[in-house]
Design a protein around this ligand. Structure first.
Ligand SMILES: [Cu+2]
Length: 175
């Protein structure tokens, strides 16, 4: 847990730096979420069973830095990459569909067709380390609107169309 505490402290320090900077950043906000992942595929044992995660989002001036740290992943999965994204809906154990589609700024703005990439969505794919952890960072040119939302972790890496296969687990994030 020490690593997780350091992670959060770093985010808080970053915000302190923003707060003391000249008025360039009028508003900044930090959102954190942490805890055990909820299982979205409970019918079978999975590589993320028992895993935990920390999410930190630091938003300001139309930009958001998002960091995800996962620990407790089955170490036999070292080297595997999981897709992960911010979804619009809530994280409900056993109900992957509840999380809804990706949080996509174009889709939410009604743009047709929406662009699906790392500038309109929050993609947080991570590759499992030998120690059973995963780390991801996304810097996006928007500030996600508040809501009851979910970070969904998928079976596969995210492809060019934003698809990453079945939903395995999620972390709730509300602000
Ligand atoms: Cu997703």
């Amino acid at each position: 847990m020490t690593g997780l505490r350091v992670f959060i402290t770093t985010a808080v320090l970053a915000v302190s730096a923003i707060a003391t900077a000249p008025a360039a950043v009028a508003h900044s906000e930090v959102v954190t979420a942490y805890g055990a992942l909820s299982d979205l595929a409970p019918a079978a044992a999975g590589p993320l069973d028992g895993a935990r995660a920390v999410l930190v989002m630091v938003a300001g001036d139309g930009h958001t830095d998002v960091r995800l740290q996962v620990q407790g992943i089955d170490r036999s999965e070292a080297g595997r990459t999981f897709g992960a994204h911010l979804h619009v809906g809530p994280c409900v154990a056993g109900d992957g569909a509840a999380a809804g589609p990706h949080y996509n700024t174009d889709a939410l703005a009604g743009r047709v067709p929406p662009r699906v990439d790392e500038t309109t969505e929050v993609w947080l794919d991570f590759t499992v380390t030998a120690g059973g952890t995963g780390h991801a960072y996304a810097g996006v040119p928007f500030v996600p609107a508040p809501g009851e939302r979910a970070i969904v972790i998928h079976q596969n890496p995210t492809d060019d169309h934003g698809a990453a296969g079945p939903r395995l687990a999620c972390l709730p994030v509300s602000w």
